[in-house]
Design a protein around this ligand. Sequence first.
Ligand SMILES: [Ca+2]
Ligand SMILES: [Ca+2]
Length: 459
Amino acid sequence: MVSTQGGKMKIGKIGWVLVGLMVLVGIVIAASSVVHIDDTITYDDSPVLDLANKEITVNKLTSPQVTWNFSAGDAPTSAATVIVSKEGSYTVARWYNGTVLYKSNDGYDDDDIQVAINAVGALGGGKVKLGQGIFEVDNSILINKSAITLEGEGTDATTLKLSNSANCDIIRVGNPSENVFFARVEKLTIDGNRVNQSATNLAGIRFIKSCSDYVLKELYIKSVSGSGVVLEYGWYGRFTRLWLEGNLDAGLKTNGTSSSAVTELTVTDSTMSINDYGLYLEGKLNGGNFVNLIIKNNEKDGVFITQNYPNTDTPRSLYFLNCRILDNSHSSPNTYNAITLDTFETGYLRLVFTSCEIYNSGDSSYAQKYLFEAKQWSATKGIVFVNNHLALNGVGTDYFNERGSTLSIYRNIGYHYTSQFDFPTSAPSSPQTGDAYFDVATNTLYVYNGTAWVSTTLS
Ligand SMILES: [Ca+2]
Ligand SMILES: [Ca+2]
């Protein structure tokens, strides 16, 4: 069946056909340096390539039918990019040069996107660009090879929407059998369509074992029947400009275990609002940086930390820098907190809040009970509040309920220093760490650090 016919075919075309066949029918064909072909290539006795018509049909796939169209150009040889776009009733995946990779009109788009991801993944990585429109997802999109970017045209233009009763994660990153590096998801809206799902533990994007060095950027993730982003594993995640809103559980959730830790996560310039929890940091989290976040108007706690047991080899800190944590506890005012440390924590966790505004605005329907509550005594490396602006503004119960944890409070503005709150004018007997009194004569606030009263500068 193989011979020379009608001039020479470029090897690039043939190589690409073979890559496509590998992806579509799961056969493995070794790369070849020279190939001459006749009118027809057959696979398993069925015709798959008709050069006379410059297209091939993979007859072994019955749903959907796949058409390969070579007339639009050559297959790429480098910088693999596939563009998936809505074209009439079809969703079409084209190589960057216009060549059709795959098309279908079955009403769902995850298959089209998955073929594109698999194709660039098979070439060692590349970019899948989604055009404008709403892409329906009824099976999870898997980013399970390295160096793959999934990119839309913007949060206002491109949406991945979970189909009714799909009850699955929208995107899953990672691969149980190999490490997945450098996954990126950018410039999309992800709509979890939560009112039409029965499962309640879903994710907009879930990171599973194993993956590292992943990036999320400019994503609006909303209405997930579960959490916007869930991390079960991974090193060095870098997330920026996320809007995580209206999700049933948390805006962002970590859920590491002793054998599957989340290590060195950084989240910047992002908003978590109208979720149950803004950040739900559960399980093994070996260090996190949370910078320039707005965590507000969530139904329960703004930041909830529980069963967090970082590695013992290195002290691991969770830093909150320049964050605004305000007006949470909306589902039941004066019940939940801005920040909660829920469980006994080990001596390797350190929590630092600095240059943050943590406050109640005064709206009684969004009254956080405490700005920080440690529900159990904890042997942490320290819980430090320094240089924050703390305020209750007439609603809520108190600033801190530390239950004897090693809480250090330095140079914050507002702590026991608003007109709404009385504080002792002399040192109480048997003080607990974090207790404070105000010396009117010297206009000085003193905070008990566990062994001594320390003066605190007020401005
Ligand atoms: Ca489809
Ligand atoms: Ca599907």
